[in-house]
Design a binder for this molecule. Structure first.
Ligand code: OAD
Length: 233
């Protein structure tokens, strides 16, 4: 393998076979609940207790799920690869780090983290959160929210992500429907920088036509196969 820079983008599809729901499938999360009520700053302002309950339930779910073969394959790639590698996930679960990935950006935040509306500090948060929770930094009570990037908010570490995309020789998108910007645009950014682009997804994504190579299949099979091919090349 003679590539010197890889950027990988993952979405909900990579965690599906670990037992976590995706968002836009027939039985996905946004088919059951209204994202405007549960994933916007306005929804939180309107009914914070309901928003806390939604994320508390999803945070608790993390205790019962394990990384799958696709998460493990990406951690193996990070360990074996000598060039620059950046894993950017839209997922708010902790399955990439549980599998051993370290060069990782959670661009949409994390379920296991909180953000204080009073002081702006982010912190680890593994238990339930409520309208009575206290910020561990500034001690304000009642201003904590899940550290999730909601619709209309700016994803994390975009400068670092765009820098990596600008140098990428290979860009791989895994298990993402290509509906949500700016992540949906990364394939074009990477292609513009001269990268080869590969999509691994169960169904056709919204931006599938932008990829040089498309691999259809469940992540637990397609990702380990692809990583073996890459490491063997
Ligand atoms: P989506 O639910 O939009 O898309 C998931 C994609 O994964 C679909 O294209 C499926 O075909 C594919 N898929 C499902 N099972 C799979 C499997 N076993 N193997 C491979 N692919 C599979 O999820 P995202 O694209 O991640 O944001 O959604 C992007 C963002 O929208 C999320 O981060 C979330 C949501 O609103 C926030 O909550 C901030």
């Amino acid at each position: 393998m003679i590539l010197s820079s890889i950027v990988i983008l993952t979405g909900a599809g990579i965690s599906k076979e670990s037992g976590l729901d995706t968002f836009r499938d027939k039985n996905g999360i946004w088919a059951k609940v209204d994202h405007r009520e549960l994933a916007t700053p306005e929804g939180f302002e309107h009914d914070p207790a309901r928003v806390h309950a939604f994320y508390n339930q999803r945070r608790r779910q993390l205790r019962d799920v394990q990384p799958n073969a696709a998460h493990h394959a990406l951690a193996r790639l990070e360990g074996a690869y000598k060039g620059a590698l950046l894993l950017v996930t839209q997922n708010v679960d902790d399955l990439h780090e549980s599998a051993g990935s370290r060069k990782l950006i959670h661009m949409h935040g994390e379920l296991n983290a909180g953000l204080c509306g009073a002081c702006g500090q982010r912190c680890r948060w593994k238990s339930d959160m409520s309208t009575h929770s206290q910020c561990p930094s500034c001690r304000t009570v009642g201003r904590m929210r899940p550290d999730i990037v909601w619709f209309g908010e700016m994803p994390y570490q975009m400068d670092r992500i765009y820098r990596a995309l600008g140098q990428a020789e290979l860009f791989i998108a895994i298990g993402t429907s290509g509906n949500v910007y700016p992540a949906a645009q990364f394939v074009e950014e990477a292609a513009h920088a001269g990268a080869r682009t590969v999509e691994i997804n169960l169904d056709a994504s919204e931006n599938t036509s932008h990829f040089d190579e498309v691999i259809r299949g469940p992540a637990t099979q397609a990702v380990p196969d692809f990583v073996e091919r890459l490491l063997g090349a």
